[in-house]
Design a protein around this ligand. Structure first.
Ligand SMILES: [Zn+2]
Length: 69
């Protein structure tokens, strides 16, 4: 399992998404919020959406399998 984090700041995202990152990602921003521990990115993104982060999207670097835009 890995810890996944969500970036509450969408101002740096071209699509206005809240990027979801896996622990250790070099793009993990300061101030990211811990979502919890999941086996894979898609689970973390789904959990984020259920928690109300409707614009959650996987980071292109660490969550490529769950990256949509
Ligand atoms: Zn990342």
């Amino acid at each position: 399992m890995f810890r996944f984090y969500i970036n509450p700041d969408t101002t740096q995202n071209p699509n206005g998404n809240n990027e979801v990152h896996r622990e250790g990602c070099h793009k993990l921003p300061f101030g990211a919020i811990l979502l919890g521990r999941y086996n894979k990115c898609s689970e973390a993104v789904e959990a984020a959406k259920e928690a109300g982060w409707t614009k959650a999207d996987g980071c292109v670097h660490c969550c490529k399998s769950a990256h949509e835009e």
